[in-house]
Write a protein that binds this ligand. Structure first.
Ligand SMILES: NC(=O)c1ccc[n+]([C@@H]2O[C@H](COP(=O)([O-])OP(=O)(O)OC[C@H]3O[C@@H](n4cnc5c(N)ncnc54)[C@H](OP(=O)(O)O)[C@@H]3O)[C@@H](O)[C@H]2O)c1
Length: 322
């Protein structure tokens, strides 16, 4: 199978290579095309025991079966259609195509059927949305959902290498000039991810709109997205108003049965514990004492794997049957 990874030198791109090594390369020979900008062209990377040189995407687009993009919206808009015109299926991690009606937005455990409707491009949802919808989907199917309130605690790696560099520079007493954050992040929390529009940040709008598209349900989602000085792993305090008031045992059962979700019950886990894992961890599960329909949980996942790379590779596996 011929696979291009565009953005191969980035945090998500590198993680996609590792997930491909684990899940796909042992099953089928891969001819890999690691791609990035001129800045990284010629750099050496290792994949499944072999050395490759990074290619400049501007120098030419190869014919491949799949192109996994994690190179930002600008690159996705410029190059994804060219890959498609050469016969590839593109799976894109950026926000460029997520809300495009012709492009399926897919979390394989949640809406796998949508993936088959593609016209060449499939979008990978935003990292915070992926882990939240994996928690919401079994609840929606079993009990119905009236409304969702969520506060996120998002790792700096969600902003790519620049996010990590900013935190590390500040930890060392300095400052990174290209910080992606609006304020200092070390010893701080920032309730802003992206720009504000009508009171909600870009990240919050993504959670509002993408959740509806993935779940095919008009659920009001009310998010506050917060950047925290954690390197890897997004956490979310999610409050779900269900349509019905089931016994907690029934909630446990539907969550436990859902693929890729690990139920911790009243216990909890922290982002440091989930680094390198592909599952979504759901803990601190409880109904409010005054409202038997109001369910709360603490939902944690590795943003680079579950929230990006693993989701993209699972879409490739879903379509290729590998
Ligand atoms: N980090 C996360 O948790 C996360 C989660 C979900 C989605 N995403 C999305 O995934 C994408 C990448 O994120 P990241 O965290 O991996 O960022 P990153 O660490 O900054 O890496 C960016 C990668 O994109 C490449 N690139 C940038 N502009 C390009 C262009 N015009 N043409 C070709 N390659 C280009 C860079 O290549 P050079 O080395 O040549 O600069 C680098 O390989 C973004 O769209 C982001 O929104 C990230």
């Amino acid at each position: 199978m011929r696979i291009a990874v565009v953005g191969a030198t980035g945090l998500v791109g590198d993680t996609m290579l590792r997930v491909l090594e684990e899940r796909v390369a042992p099953k089928i020979p891969i001819e890999l095309f690691p791609m990035a900008t001129r800045r990284s062209a010629g750099k050496s990377i290792t994949f499944f025991g072999r050395e490759y040189r990074v290619l400049d995407v501007e120098e030419g687009i190869p014919e491949v079966d799949f192109a996994l993009f994690s190179a930002g919206s600008h690159a996705a808009r410029a190059y994804a259609p060219v890959f498609v015109s050469k016969g590839a299926v593109v799976i894109d991690n950026s926000s460029a195509y997520r809300m495009d009606e012709r492009v399926p937005l897919v979390v394989p455990q949640v809406n796998p059927q949508d993936a088959h409707e593609h016209q060449g491009i499939i979008a990978n949802p935003n990292c915070s949305t992926i882990q939240m919808v994996i928690f919401l989907k079994p609840l929606l199917d079993a009990f119905g959902i009236e409304e969702v309130n969520v506060v996120t605690f998002q790792a700096v790696s969600g902003a790519g290498y620049r996010g990590i560099f900013a935190l590390e520079a500040e930890e060392d007493g300095g400052f990174y000039d290209h910080t992606p954050f609006a304020k200092r992040i070390h010893r701080n929390v920032i309730p802003q991810i992206g720009d504000f529009r009508e009171g909600y940040s870009t990240e919050e709008w993504k959670m509002i709109n993408e959740t509806r598209k993935i779940l095919h349900a008009d659920i009001p989602v009310n998010p506050t997205a917060v950047r925290v000085p954690v390197k890897v792993g997004h956490s979310e305090a999610v409050h779900v108003l269900l349509d019905s008031a089931p016994p907690i045992e029934d909630v446990y059962k539907v969550l436990r049965d859902f693929p890729g979700l690990i139920l911790l019950g009243e216990d909890y886990i922290t982002p440091m514990d989930v680094e390198g894992r592909d599952e979504v961890f759901v803990g601190r599960l409880r109904f409010h004492p005054d409202n038997p329909r109001l369910l709360s949980a603490w939902v944690v996942a590795d943003n680079l794997r579950r929230g990006a790379a693993t989701n993209a590779v699972e879409i490739l596996q879903l379509l290729s049957g590998v």
